[in-house]
Each structure stands twice: as structure tokens, then as C-alpha cells.
Design a protein around this ligand. Structure first.
Ligand SMILES: [Fe+2]
Length: 403
């Protein structure tokens, strides 16, 4: 396709009736040139640039069709006799383009040809040396509600989903350690495709943890290249109502996975599990999104150790983030990284970290959610490893402290 645009400004002294007749002549062009497609014209309403008063655009199937119009006797005569005497300034642009495929919309069924990834993060399973102290911490400092517990395990939830954190009593551990993450999958078809992809890539299919089998319809697990168990399942159970707690997270968004096998992990999560890259901090971190369209439902960081570095919860508002920060300050709970404004996900967050209770807990507000169109078309940015590309409130390229 060829798009042809004509921006123009009338001379100041041209009478209104002459302007109207010229505009009418332009409006009649498609009647005389059947090869014209999608003709449009309007007054310039830009507040940025008022160089031109009007713009006309029109499309042609080919450049030959455009040239046939431009070189026609009628057009040459119109330009010479009617156009030039009244136009002060003009700009013409013609360019060839390929129509972008119509972005698919999500209406419950798979309508994209792109293989789908998991929908979104539902929970993390954390082994801790002290079960009771950990559940106290997660209730007061993260805002989770304790739903069930024994001496061996506890389930805490943020919203209606069955649980966000499963805590496992592991007295042999010195510090908390995340052993598994669970992702919901939108349909049995996608689950089957993911399982086939895992098998085809040579990874072993594992059973879901036995308790988890009772909380979902179908699923399987796979160990990622770092040893982290990833559980995938459909129809995760949910409560009729969220907890009656005002200041609590509304969703668990992502794990941030530090890995010694960065490239291998990238391949696993993007090629095998079909996550899509949202952005890169070059050489350091890649943010990956699932079908829930959060900017990242998972992040991978190139590191010298393998561990889940943090889990991110979305709070209802910045006010609730700050109230949780106030609780941390009041109780002296360790704030590992104070308020930051993340460039990639546009979220404002702070991080709590007491190693006894597991990874850092990031409490954030306004984590970016892509539109359905952006989800299908977004091009991942490649940002240099500069603190300003991680926290836009950093004033300088060497301000690496406080992360
Ligand atoms: Fe994060």
C-alpha cells in the first residue's frame, strides 16, 4: 500500500468562499480517481505544530496508481490554476507500508496463533526455619490472611485466590528459601500445549505437590534450569470474597529469579513456557510477561547464585504501600530497598527483607498492565544497566547504592 499525505496552509488573504471551493475540490477527488482508498481530510488541531492549517491523506494500492493520479492532466491543471495561487506552504509525503495484522483480542478463547504462556503467578512455596514467626511476619508486614496451618505448613492469601504463600516448616534451614512457584493456566488446551512443549524440550514432567492437586483441576510441574519447581495448573480454587482486611495486597505479581544460568533460563521461560519478553536491562535482567498482561509475571536476573530474590505483591494504592512502610519502620522490620520508581513496570515500591522469612517482599502500586493490543505487539526495550533505568528517581548513572 502507498499512503500519500498533503499538509498545506492557505495564504492569509484567501477569501473564505475560495478556501471552501478548494477544499470541496479536494473532497471530490475520490469521485474522479477510483484508485484512491481511505481518503480523509481535516483541519489541523495539533497544539504542538500549527505550520499547516489542513492535511489530506489518501491511499493507493501501488505507486503506479499514485503516479497516475499525480501525472493526470486534470490534476496538473488543478495544481496550476486552482492550487498554487492560494496555497502559502505545503508538505507532501508518500510512503509504502504493509498493513499490520489486526491485533487479536482475548475473549476467553485462544484467538492468537502465538503459543500461549501461563496466565499469572498464584503462589510461592517457601521453606522457613520458623513457621510461626514467618506467618506472623507475613500477616503484619505483608498484609496476608492466614487461612490454614498445621505444625508443618501454613497457607496465607492476599485476595480471593486460594493462597499466595505456602509456608513449609523446615527447621534444618538457616534462612527461608523459595522452592516452588505456581502459575495458573487459562485453559486445558494451553496446559496440554505447555506440557507438550516441556516434554519436547527434554524436561521431566513432575506431579503437582499432593496438596496442590486438591486445589486445582489439572496440572503438572517442571524443574527450571535453576532447580526451582514451576507448577502449572487450571482452575485454581478461589474464595467467594477477599479477606476482610483493608490494608492487604490485591495480587501476587511476580517472582524475581536470580540465576547463574541466565541464557538457559531465558530459553526455558520464553521458548518452552512461552513467556514474552517485556523489557531487558542489557546483560542483567529480563522482565517476562504471562497472559495476565502484567508487565512482568516473572523476572530473570543474571547472578552468581540461584535463588528467588524477591516476590512482588500489588497493593491497592500508594497509600497502602506507604502504610506498610510505616509498619516496617515502626517495628524495625528491615527495609532492604526503600521507595523506588521502577522504569520498566512504572510501579512505586519498597522491599522488606528478613532472610529468616524467605525472599524480599516487594510491595508496590501501579504495576503496568498491558492492553490486549500492547500484549500482542509490544517490542521489548533494551535498556543499558544504569540505576536510572531501574529506578527513575535515581539522579545519576553511578547512584547504585540503596538497591
Ligand atoms: Fe519486582
Amino acid at each position: 500500500m502507498i499512503k500519500h499525505s498533503l499538509s498545506f496552509r492557505f495564504q492569509d488573504d484567501v477569501p473564505d468562499d475560495v478556501r471552501a471551493s478548494v477544499l470541496a475540490a479536494l473532497a471530490a477527488l475520490p469521485d474522479h480517481y477510483p484508485a484512491m482508498r481511505n481518503w480523509s481530510m481535516g483541519e489541523n488541531i495539533s497544539t504542538r505544530d500549527s505550520t499547516f492549517t489542513h492535511c489530506m491523506t489518501v491511499e493507493f494500492d501501488s505507486n503506479d496508481d499514485l503516479l497516475a493520479y499525480l501525472h493526470s492532466d486534470a490534476h496538473e491543471t488543478f495544481v496550476r490554476q486552482t492550487w498554487r495561487p492560494v496555497i502559502a506552504q505545503q508538505a507532501i509525503t508518500s510512503y509504502e507500508y504493509t498493513e499490520r495484522p489486526t491485533a487479536p483480542t482475548r475473549s476467553g478463547d485462544i484467538v492468537t496463533t502465538r503459543p500461549h504462556g501461563p496466565f499469572g503467578l498464584e503462589y510461592a512455596r517457601i521453606e522457613v526455619p520458623d513457621l510461626s514467626a514467618t506467618t506472623d511476619f507475613l500477616q503484619y508486614h505483608v498484609g496476608l490472611q492466614l487461612e490454614a496451618h498445621t505444625d508443618e505448613y501454613a497457607y496465607l492469601r492476599a485476595d480471593i485466590e486460594h493462597h499466595s504463600i505456602e509456608v513449609i516448616h523446615a527447621p534444618g534451614r538457616d534462612v527461608g528459601h523459595t522452592v516452588a512457584v505456581g502459575y495458573s493456566v487459562e485453559s486445558e488446551d494451553v496446559l496440554a500445549q505447555l506440557q507438550k512443549s516441556v516434554v519436547d524440550a527434554g524436561f521431566e514432567i513432575l506431579d503437582l505437590q499432593e496438596r496442590q492437586q486438591g486445589f486445582c483441576e489439572n496440572g503438572f510441574a517442571v524443574r527450571d534450569p535453576n532447580g526451582l519447581v514451576v507448577e502449572l495448573f487450571t482452575e485454581f480454587q478461589e474464595y467467594a470474597e477477599p479477606p476482610h482486611t483493608e490494608i492487604r495486597p490485591v495480587d501476587l505479581i511476580h517472582p524475581f529469579i536470580a540465576t547463574t544460568r541466565y541464557a538457559e533460563s531465558m530459553e526455558f521461560y520464553t521458548e518452552v513456557l512461552n513467556f514474552q519478553a517485556s523489557d531487558h536491562i542489557v546483560g542483567s535482567t529480563t522482565f517476562l510477561r504471562g497472559e495476565d498482561r502484567y508487565h512482568h509475571s516473572l523476572a530473570l536476573q543474571n547472578n552468581k547464585q540461584d535463588f528467588v530474590a524477591h516476590l512482588c505483591f500489588a497493593m491497592k494504592s500508594l497509600d497502602h504501600v506507604m502504610r506498610m512502610r510505616a509498619r516496617a519502620l515502626y517495628k524495625g522490620a528491615p527495609i532492604a530497598s526503600d521507595i523506588v520508581n521502577h522504569s520498566a513496570s512504572t510501579s512505586i515500591a519498597f522491599y522488606l527483607h528478613d532472610p529468616k522469612f524467605g525472599p524480599r517482599f516487594e510491595l508496590c502500586d501501579r504495576h503496568r498492565v498491558f492492553t490486549p493490543d500492547e500484549h500482542e505487539t509490544h517490542r521489548a526495550r533494551r535498556m543499558p544497566a544504569d540505576p536510572r533505568n531501574i529506578d527513575v528517581w535515581r539522579p545519576a548513572a553511578d547512584d547504585w547504592g540503596r538497591f
